[in-house]
Design a protein around this ligand. Structure first.
Ligand code: CAO
Length: 403
């Protein structure tokens, strides 16, 4: 019973782990993302196809009599029910947790909601709302910029990943106890969990200024952890610097971390061996006050080279660095194709499309990525094979609009 992004990311991972995921969709409409941001008319969008691999699609309306009976049978037969509808939606369908437990005490019932119990528990929530309410936006952006949301879908996919962990723990618990349980994950909580280091800094701030933040030298702090641009969050100074071609290529940049242990090698390679014997530069404390200058000197060197050549030069020196890779570069990266992290899939209506495969690799259980299902593609098959309904019952349910 998942839709949009957070729930489907969770069940897609479970499907890659080998679960038979039956996606219940509203008859006639299906998951709203099937038609959102379409790139080909009347064909399931990439939004949908990239979040629903390896699943079977069944159309079912549990609000009809026949639909409720079929849904009850599914609860009897299945191990896990995952949903991410608005707060109370599954209850309003007539299936509160108590009833689900009664139907199948071994059932694990897992939900994503925007907020946990409290004043906002009834709110509907999307990705960017979660990034704003979970602490990501207030801590992301340039020093003087508006709060920014990130391109990484930490609210939706991030919460989905948290839910996977909860479901797997509950399944393991069920192996021992014989009982299912309720698993809930709030998007605000998941984002805050991913912003853990910023709550660390909030408490450090109460004891004094945060020396690794740009505000330490320029402007000072207020009452809360500020936005720190691209400053490294790990205690080692870091920055994005330009590389050759930056004038025309928006991704010709690399992140360089001037970690204390690797600093001598970094100084030498950029032509600043002089810093190593200069008390103004040869300790992290001395450099702290000159980071803008240090990184401008690093940048003079990086702008002479392609970002991948900078990486190839810095890696053997143990200088941590990361070229800014565009989506185009990632899509074309042979190593990611090789590991199955980027996969090409054949779809009967859209032809070939690229998707991100399972990022979690199991040595004995490799995941094969199969295309997303068409709406209701497996309704008859599941009703017949999983629930044991005959053609007459299936026909009657269809006549009622239940499937
Ligand atoms: N048959 C019949 N009705 C169905 C159905 C089915 N198979 N599946 C869903 N519905 C109904 C629901 O019962 C609900 O009806 P009621 O309002 O009468 O209870 C209705 O569809 C709409 O569901 P919704 O309120 O969840 O959908 P929405 O588009 O208004 O809200 C969202 C979407 C995502 C904001 C909301 O579902 C939500 O807050 N979910 C929890 C948080 C979450 O997962 N957010 C991540 C979204 S990904 O960016």
């Amino acid at each position: 019973m998942t839709h949009v992004q957070s729930g489907p990311t969770c069940t897609q991972i479970l499907a890659w782990f080998g679960a038979d995921v039956i996606k219940i969709e509203r008859p006639g409409e299906g998951d709203a993302t099937r038609s959102q941001l379409r790139d080909i008319p009347d064909v399931d969008s990439l939004y949908f196809t990239m979040l629903n691999s390896n699943k079977r699609s069944v159309t079912l309306n549990p609000k009809t009599d026949a639909g409720a009976r079929i849904f009850t049978r599914l609860i009897e037969e299945c191990d896990v029910l995952v949903e991410n509808y608005a707060p109370g939606a599954i209850d309003r369908m007539g299936f509160p947790w108590e009833k689900i437990q009664q139907i199948n005490p071994r059932m694990i019932y897992a939900s994503v909601k925007g907020f946990g119990p409290g004043p906002y528990e009834d709110c509907k929530v999307y990705e960017n709302v979660a990034q704003c309410t979970g602490g990501a936006a207030s801590t992301t952006g340039e020093v003087d910029s508006l709060p920014l949301v990130t391109g990484a879908q930490i609210g939706d996919s991030g919460t989905g990943m948290h839910l996977v962990a909860g479901i797997l723990a509950a399944l393991f618990h069920r192996e021992k106890s014989g009982r299912g349980q309720r698993v809930t994950c709030a998007m605000q909580d998941a984002v805050l969990n991913l912003c853990r280091v910023k709550l660390r800094d909030q408490q450090r701030l109460a004891r004094g200024p945060l020396m690794e933040y740009p505000q330490f030298l320029n402007g000072g702090f207020s009452h809360a952890v500020p936005r720190a641009g691209n400053a490294s969050g790990g205690g080692h100074p870091g920055s994005v610097v330009r590389c050759k071609g930056w004038e025309t290529d928006p991704d010709a940049y690399i992140y360089v971390i001037a970690q204390a242990g690797a600093f001598p090698a970094l100084a030498r390679v950029i032509g600043h061996e002089d810093w190593l014997n200069d008390p103004e530069f040869n300790t992290p404390e001395a450099r702290l006050h000159k980071l803008d200058y240090v990184f401008s000197e690093i940048e003079k060197w990086t702008t002479t080279m392609d970002k991948m050549d900078v990486m190839a030069t810095l890696n053997p020196l143990n200088v941590p660095n990361g070229p800014i890779l565009s989506m185009k570069e990632l899509a074309e990266e042979p190593a990611l194709r090789e590991t199955g992290t980027v996969v090409e899939v054949e779809h009967p209506e859209r032809g070939k499309y690229l998707t991100v495969g399972n990022p979690i690799k199991l040595s004995d259980s490799p995941a094969e990525v199969r295309r997303s299902p068409l709406l209701g593609e497996h309704t008859d098959e599941v009703l017949r094979d999983v629930l044991g309904l005959d053609d007459k019952e299936i026909h009657a349910a269809r006549r009622e609009g239940a499937i």
